[in-house]
Design a protein around this ligand. Structure first.
Ligand code: ZN
Length: 461
């Protein structure tokens, strides 16, 4: 037995075991699958392929062809009149259950460890078509065990990639109890060495924009500190993403080795050509995180929460979720003036997104949320900014994999990659709303029975 076939056989055994554990949640055996006669959007941006046949063997895509593929023992799915695209990737989320208190508590949020709060939200992400995501800062004793559960196949969840706690400075933005606060380089390196023992998938640092005139400056990482961290991370094979909300801090991050941006610059003066050129030349992927403009910005309006009546919200949100969204969360956003500032900034945000897209920047859909349906609002906002649906397929999939450095394994429908697929009943290239017409979600070659997931939509039946 060759080493390859041995490890393959072993993997089969392991996945059979994982299957036995998860059968109650998932409901479908991990048999090989042949999707026949489907229109394929592979996520790379190529034109769709009509009458494609896709053979999935085990966890991965084995063959794609417009010629007949013999199914052998594979389960055949008739894709006639349907569409396949890669599973969606949300490149900026925070799994619920790791941090207590309102978002507005800033550095005073308390670390918590509540896996039971996380689990239904992870199921909701899958139901919404998300098959991979990056937790973009959380409580480490909470998030690493969640990632372990996902990787062992013990919970229904998108692939979970994590940065662990964020990296900031004492009293800086995002410098709460879960963060590594950089002081001297000796101390910081010890903190990073400790972090590396838990094997983060990426690192994230948080920079603070310069204060407005007459306002007190919040401390922020210096250029030297940024460079030390990104150099050291690179030596350990890790990419660093940064929270940098304005062009100056964003530029500071990139020129000092940051490889990706956790937010797009949405406010302030129009983006400069020099900045756009830098992002393109250095191939810096940018997580868009615009959804606040579509949600928070409208909270004070009459019917401003109508989006909660959309199918995916109704199917996945519990009564408590709705109560929180319509109650304290909404009240706080209005009370703290966040709603007004988002509303005022919408036009600028739309213009900046269009500029990034037109310049050829690698955009990836990220929501900065903790629940699945928001990915579709994010994509809709990008569409409103002027990005057409066919381009959004790549922004919603492969570009997220590139952002995380995972593009060898996920993000597109190509031979050899994990079979993370959506089967849709309407053409995603014809409209971004069609991304929601999900008939099937397949993760790692496993068909997930949406009708059996532990979600409000299935409790009503
Ligand atoms: Zn975030």
């Amino acid at each position: 037995m060759t080493r390859f076939s041995k490890s393959f056989a072993l993997r089969g055994l392991v996945s059979a075991f994982a299957l036995a554990c998860t059968l109650n949640f998932i409901g479908t055996a991990n048999a090989d699958i042949l999707i026949k006669n489907v229109t394929l959007y592979d996520g790379t941006g190529k034109a769709p392929v009509k009458a494609a046949n896709i053979l999935v063997k085990g966890e991965r895509i084995a063959q794609i062809s417009t010629s007949t593929i013999q199914p052998g023992t594979a389960t055949v799915i008739d894709g006639t009149g349907k569409f396949v695209m890669p599973g969606l990737i949300d490149s900026h989320i925070h799994v619920r259950g790791g941090q207590g208190g309102p978002v507005f508590a800033g550095n005073n949020r308390t670390p918590i460890n509540e896996p039971e709060a996380a689990k239904p939200t992870l199921v909701g992400f899958i139901y919404s078509g998300v098959t991979a995501m990056l937790d973009s800062a959380n409580n480490e004793p909470f998030i690493y065990p969640m990632r372990d559960l996902e990787r062992a196949g013990k919970i229904v969840s998108p692939r979970l990639f994590v940065v662990g706690g964020a990296i900031s400075v004492p009293d800086g933005t995002g410098a709460g109890p879960t963060a590594l606060k950089v002081t001297t380089w000796d101390e910081a390196r010890k903190g990073l060495d400790d972090k590396f023992t838990r094997k983060p998938d990426m690192l994230k640092m948080i920079l603070t924009e310069p204060a407005a005139e007459g306002k007190k400056q919040t401390p922020s990482l210096t250029s030297e500190q940024i460079k030390n961290v990104t150099d050291y991370a690179r030596q350990h094979g890790l990419r660093v993403t940064a929270h940098a909300m304005v062009e100056t801090t964003s530029t500071q991050a990139i020129t000092n080795g940051v490889a990706a941006l956790a937010h797009s610059v949405l406010r302030g003066p129009p983006l400069t050509d020099a900045y756009l050129k830098m992002l393109v030349e250095r191939k810096i992927p940018v997580s868009t995180t615009t959804v606040g403009f579509a949600t928070i910005g409208k909270l004070a309006d009459e019917n401003g929460m109508a989006y909660l009546d959309d199918r995916l919200f109704k199917d996945t949100f519990t009564a408590d979720d709705f109560a929180a969204a319509r109650g304290t969360e909404r009240d706080n956003y209005i009370k703290f003036g966040v709603t007004a500032s988002f509303k005022a900034g919408e036009a600028q945000a739309l213009a900046n997104i269009k500029k990034l897209y037109d310049a050829g920047v690698i955009l990836t859909s990220g929501t900065d949320k903790a629940q699945g349906p928001y990915i579709h609002m994010e994509l809709a906002f990008l569409n409103k900014a002027g990005i057409p649906a066919p381009a959004l397929i790549r922004i919603g999939t492969l570009n997220g994999a590139i952002y995380m450095g995972q593009e060898k394994d996920i993000g597109s429908v190509e031979t050899g990659k994990y079979a993370d697929l959506l089967l849709l009943h309407a053409d995603p290239g014809a409209g971004v709303k069609n991304f929601q017409t999900i008939d099937e979600v397949i993760k790692s070659g496993q068909r997930i029975d949406l009708a059996k997931l532990d979600l409000p939509v299935n409790h009503k039946k």
